[in-house]
Design a protein. Structure first.
Length: 319
């Protein structure tokens, strides 16, 4: 962790958001899908995504920012997003975005907020409404999540995991292994490797990252992220462990109503009466195809070298 040597400490004493809820998991795990469902609960603001909430924790983990600065930045940005949400500012109305308000069961409420004149009475209402749960979706932040226990001690985290075969296949089809270092449309700051930019999570194995490619690289990335997630969760205190709910993607799809009950108990919130509208749109519950996963596995095996097939088998067995 970076040491503060200039006697300047950043601080935010009066935070607005007390009830922060995060959905996190490895890319392509289905977090935005889950975000739509969790947004269908009472007392939950419609979910948002902002990469800054992923970047600050790994900047801290890599020693590029002091802890006091990281804490203050995260608190300030969470409050800013909350404030704007209450004002109906910066609303996402893009039709094909998962975070779009068109996917919200309470769209009219947010539109009404955007039409309400700014006033002292409105500001007072913002202060009085801080018991609402702010919901954000993150990518690959579980390895660096500990800072959030300091920014928001009452935080609730839903950790979404998915079968490694599905993750790896999806990464390959979406060319995630190429996108992580293509900075044109990748807005996560990379770190400098030996030959060029690499993602933050490859810092400890940069030589290997830069010498492998294709399916081998994807298998290594996924396996390393899984290891980092487990290492992070293992370090939690007993109290912190109770603040994390781990859910399998497969259970959301196939055992939807059981998972909704678990989420309801975890967040102490009831689902909205019309949550079935979201479930119908997301085709839940539904039976996943084992044969389709077998086909994906065979495809992966056809493109992976023996060393990384061994790593693949290990993370499958561990799942």
């Amino acid at each position: 962790m970076k040491q503060n040597n200039n006697n300047i400490n950043f601080v935010r004493n009066n935070i607005l958001v007390k009830n922060l809820v995060l959905i996190d998991g490895i890319g392509r795990a289905g977090k935005f899908f889950l975000g739509k469902i969790v947004s269908g609960f009472e007392n939950i603001e419609h979910f948002q995504y902002a990469s800054i909430f992923e970047q600050i924790p790994y900047f801290l983990k890599l020693g590029s920012i002091t802890e006091d600065a990281a804490i203050t930045l995260l608190q300030s940005h969470v409050d800013e997003y909350y404030f704007y949400m209450q004002l109906g500012r910066n609303l996402n109305l893009r039709l094909d975005d998962a975070t779009s308000l068109h996917n919200s069961l309470e769209k009219e409420k947010y539109i009404k907020r955007s039409q309400t004149p700014y006033s002292e009475e409105l500001k007072k209402g913002v202060i009085e409404n801080t018991q609402k749960n702010m919901l954000f979706v993150l990518h690959e932040t579980m390895p660096n999540i500990s800072i959030y226990f300091k920014t928001h001690p009452e935080i609730k985290i839903i950790h979404l995991i998915r079968h490694p075969i599905d993750l790896i296949y999806s990464w390959y089809k979406q060319k995630m292994h190429e996108r992580v270092t293509n900075e044109s449309f990748n807005f996560w700051p990379n770190i400098m490797g030996n030959d060029g930019p690499i993602p933050w999570f490859a810092n400890d194995w940069k030589d290997e990252f830069e010498t492998i490619s294709g399916m081998d690289l994807i298998i290594k990335c996924i396996s390393h992220l899984i290891m980092l997630e487990k290492k992070s969760k293992y370090s939690f205190s007993n109290t912190q462990k109770k603040q994390v709910l781990t859910i399998k993607y497969e259970d959301i799809v196939e055992n939807t109503h059981i998972i909704i009950k678990n989420i309801s108990q975890f967040l102490n919130c009831s689902p909205l009466k019309n949550i079935d509208k979201i479930l119908k749109q997301e085709n839940c519950p539904n039976q996943l195809s084992i044969n389709e996963r077998d086909d994906k596995k065979n495809f992966i095996l056809s493109k992976a070298s023996p060393k990384y097939v061994s790593i693949l088998n290990h993370i499958i067995d561990d799942y």
